[in-house]
Design a protein around this ligand. Structure first.
Ligand code: ZN
Length: 59
């Protein structure tokens, strides 16, 4: 029989709006996860994308 991928839950990131799927690291608190990454959670989403506006740091 063919092995089917399990369907993972998804939600939209509250910071960048991108959809992201369940990850094992969120197994304990998927219900409260709102962001796709630590950068989004920390509000650093703009810093990772120069076009987003804020240019606080220049690495
Ligand atoms: Zn995000």
């Amino acid at each position: 029989m063919a092995h089917r991928k399990p369907h993972l839950p998804e939600k939209a990131c509250a910071a960048c709006g991108r959809r992201f799927a369940w990850r094992k690291k969120w197994a304990r608190d998927w219900g409260t996860v709102r962001y796709c990454s630590e950068a989004c959670r920390d509000g650093r989403y703009g810093a990772a994308r120069p076009a987003a506006g804020k240019a606080a740091k220049n690495a």
